[in-house]
Design a protein around this ligand. Structure first.
Ligand SMILES: Cc1cc2nc3c(=O)[nH]c(=O)nc-3n(C[C@H](O)[C@H](O)[C@H](O)COP(=O)(O)OP(=O)(O)OC[C@H]3O[C@@H](n4cnc5c(N)ncnc54)[C@H](O)[C@@H]3O)c2cc1C
Length: 463
């Protein structure tokens, strides 16, 4: 058994582990061993369905030290008018380059792929090679970094919570590009981002909306993508920030918070007659929303119990099925709920959301805060975890933690300037566009109302 000494052992080379490692290496002299049971960095993107794209612009996804994409505003398709969003293939290529061209050349980062972390303690941490079974004990002098805590649950590696009769065409979205025969109808199961991507893709390919049946449980509140744009369109993002503060200052509970954001156009729902119960921080464009609304055959059932040759059993009763129907499983959680734990503990860092979405920005922030050398109590004050339970009722609690962290970081002598300049910060171009009325008015509004918003959120979250 070989032994390796290092400063940090990072478990998981997905978006979280890569953003953390990249920032820590840039701002310290630390050595890092990065382990992943996959063969290369990129995490869930390596197994994603081929038509997936980021739901945020590439301009602020990835790692701090390297741009992703060309900051192009798209001219065609459902994302027209918005900054480009990378495909899975582009993201995987990007992370390979970050590792090969940025991290490994520092001489301070080692990557152990096909290597599973098996646990450990103060004496060392065991990593098993999934290729030859050899074991390595890693001895971190500083900390173990768990970059798997909020890892994504994705369709191709997900086991559905219902039974499917043998011979039924039941596929993850990945399977839609491998069909051998045309289908009578597509039944899409799930209500989240994957189901939305799948429906939009089918419609984009020319499938008649009447040949899509959508079984969805809790409808989600979603951000209108118009207001998540960076750089030259940063005024839109600043407007979202101001309307968020405005809603936070007045909301009585999570549903009220969401409805206030809907009134100002920041939040959208697919069906105006149904009050969404879920919130996972996804975004949708107005064009995608229009397309989704053309699907009229919607079955509201939270749980599918079984799929047979001629029927689908759900908690809301049986639905007809046919052998030439394709069932698309979109029930993987994407961002599964996780319990909050302190980000910084004596021997461990747990990468989590510290903002409302934008995981790479969160992971890089944690990397930079670690580099400051503050004690764990101060570091945790700068990084309270923001937990996505998936429930809209939790919006005040989530917004409260996010706002507390943001205010603390902006005021900090070192973290504030770093944060303002980071390419992963969607608001980084705000000061360059101060002559844009949206930017100036939004900043002024936030300066005036953030304290009020924090006080109200504190009350609503406690209630
Ligand atoms: C379709 C989709 C689109 C999304 N779009 C966005 C977006 O636009 N913006 C955004 O901010 N977020 C988005 N997300 C959220 C997403 O969770 C993050 O972007 C991010 O990619 C997740 O990275 P991660 O590193 O936390 O998890 P993962 O990508 O799941 O990586 C975790 C890694 O840890 C490894 N691992 C786990 N356990 C072990 C072990 N014991 N030993 C060794 N290795 C281990 C896994 O092999 C994996 O490679 C999206 C999610 C999905 C599913």
């Amino acid at each position: 058994m070989r032994e390796v000494e290092t400063d940090y052992l990072v478990i998981g080379a997905g978006a979280s582990g890569m953003a953390f490692a990249d920032t820590l290496v840039a701002h310290t002299e630390a050595e890092i061993v990065l382990v992943d049971r996959r063969h290369r960095p990129g995490g869930h993107w390596l197994d994603a369905y081929p038509f997936v794209r980021l739901h945020q612009p590439s301009a602020y996804y990835g790692v701090e030290s390297r741009p992703l994409g060309n900051d192009r505003i798209e001219e065609h398709g459902p994302n027209a008018g918005f900054y480009e969003r990378a495909s899975a293939a582009e993201i995987c290529d990007y992370y390979a380059r970050v590792l090969d061209e940025s991290l490994l050349p520092t001489g301070r980062v080692r990557f152990l792929g096909m290597s599973e972390y098996r646990g450990g303690d103060g004496d060392g941490h065991l990593v098993l090679s999934l290729l030859d079974g050899s074991e390595t004990v890693i001895k971190p002098k500083r900390k173990v970094v768990d970059a798997t805590y909020v890892q994504s649950e994705i369709p191709s590696r997900h086991v559905p919570g219902f039974t499917v009769e043998r011979g039924i065409a039941f596929v993850p979205p990945n399977g839609l590009v491998d069909l051998a025969e045309p289908a009578d109808r597509f039944t899409v199961i799930g209500a989240g981002k994957t189901a939305i991507d799948t429906c939009v893709w089918l419609l984009d390919q020319g499938v008649d909306p009447d040949r899509i049946r959508w079984i969805r449980g809790r409808d989600p509140w979603q951000f209108d993508r118009t207001y998540t744009q960076p750089l030259d369109l940063v005024g839109s993002y600043m407007r979202l920030q101001a309307r968020w503060v405005e809603a936070a200052a007045a909301a009585e509970d999570g549903h009220d918070f969401a409805r206030r954001l809907e009134e100002t156009g920041m939040f959208v729902r697919i069906d105006s007659s149904v009050e969404p119960q879920a919130f996972r921080g996804a975004t949708v464009s107005p064009r995608e929303l229009d397309a989704l609304r053309t699907i009229e055959h919607v079955v509201r059932a939270r749980r599918v119990r079984s799929i047979g040759r001629t029927s689908v059993t759900t908690e809301a009763g049986d639905l007809p099925g046919s052998p030439r129907e394709i069932y698309v499983d979109c029930t993987a959680a994407g961002v599964p709920p996780a319990a909050a734990r302190p980000v910084f503990a004596p021997d461990r860092i747990t990468i989590q959301y510290v903002a409302v979405g934008f995981l790479p920005w969160c992971a890089a922030t944690i990397g930079f805060v670690e580099s400051t050398g503050l004690d764990d109590e101060d570091k945790n004050r700068l990084c309270p975890p923001v937990v996505f339970s998936g429930d809209a009722t939790d919006l005040p609690r989530l917004a409260y933690a996010a706002m507390q962290g943001q205010v603390a970081r902006v005021r900090h002598d070192a973290v504030g300037p770093w944060n303002a300049a980071s390419r992963l910060n969607p608001a980084r171009a705000a000061l360059d566009h101060i002559d844009d009325a949206d930017v100036a008015e939004s900043l002024a509004f936030m300066i005036e109302h953030t304290r009020e918003a924090l006080e109200n959120l504190g009350r609503a979250a406690a209630a």
